[in-house]
Design a protein around this ligand. Structure first.
Ligand SMILES: C[S@@+](CC[C@H](N)C(=O)[O-])C[C@H]1O[C@@H](n2cnc3c(N)ncnc32)[C@H](O)[C@@H]1O
Length: 215
């Protein structure tokens, strides 16, 4: 091939090439949407612009088991901005409860009918099939450590729950959480896959296994 023929071949800029590589990497996550690994925490990579900080496997399991116990046999569990808990619940392959994932990140739409698009800015903008007070427990982890975000998320939580609330958020939100949801802090400390600058806590409004020292 002569030099002049080489010049005719279109070249991608380094930016375009990087974007293409990122696109292929994202596509790879969905190559087998029905495979066994589709509920792996981390199958959707953290997007820090969406305040995504995934729990460790151990924390997600602990929260999932607590939600199952609190919901009771045949119970319904809402995971609000807490996708790792939803994923862990599904990974357990149990049929004695049902669960939905309320999420802003549409990549989680891979979970089809159990995915409910949710933006905390519009707390009650939910589809018609989501009836008021139709969940035995709501597990929530709002995206921001602000009074406004927690207040709006609390509206959703109160709409969805039949009573029980399990909230994970920063320790600095404890007082506001108590006022808005009547929750108290647990001894259990949630852990994240990547270290966070903020101290995190779990809060509940019922007698919970997470209060046990043994956890
Ligand atoms: C602090 S993370 C909690 C995730 C949790 N640690 C886990 O591992 O499941 C906050 C979550 O809120 C979601 N989020 C971001 N913007 C949102 C919005 N406008 N409305 C509702 N949720 C949002 C993020 O996608 C993320 O899943």
């Amino acid at each position: 091939m002569s030099d002049s023929e080489d010049d005719d071949i279109p070249q991608l800029s380094s930016h375009a090439l990087a974007a293409l590589q990122e696109f292929y990497a994202e596509q790879k996550q969905y190559t087998n949407p029905d495979g066994d690994d589709k509920y792996n925490i981390g199958i959707i990579e953290e997007n820090w612009q969406l305040s995504q900080f995934w729990y460790t496997e151990e924390t997600a399991l602990c929260l999932a088991q607590e939600a199952i116990a609190a919901a009771g046999k045949g119970g319904r569990i809402a995971c609000v901005s807490a996708p790792s808990v939803y994923q862990k619940l599904k990974e357990l392959h149990r049929e004695d409860f049902s669960t939905y994932i309320f999420e802003y990140d549409r990549r989680f739409a891979m979970y089809k009918d159990e995915f409910i698009f949710y933006d905390y800015n519009n707390p009650l903008d939910l589809p018609g099939n989501i009836a008021a007070h139709s969940f035995d427990i709501v597990v929530a982890d709002p995206p921001h450590l602000s009074e406004e975000c927690l207040r709006k998320t609390s509206e959703t939580i109160k709409y969805l729950t039949r009573g029980k609330v399990l909230l994970c958020t920063g320790a600095i939100m404890g007082e506001v959480a108590a006022q808005l949801l009547g929750v108290k802090v647990c001894k259990f400390i949630p852990d994240h896959a990547r270290n966070l600058a903020n101290e995190f806590c779990c809060y509940v409004n019922y007698d919970s296994g997470l209060d046990c020292e043994a956890i």
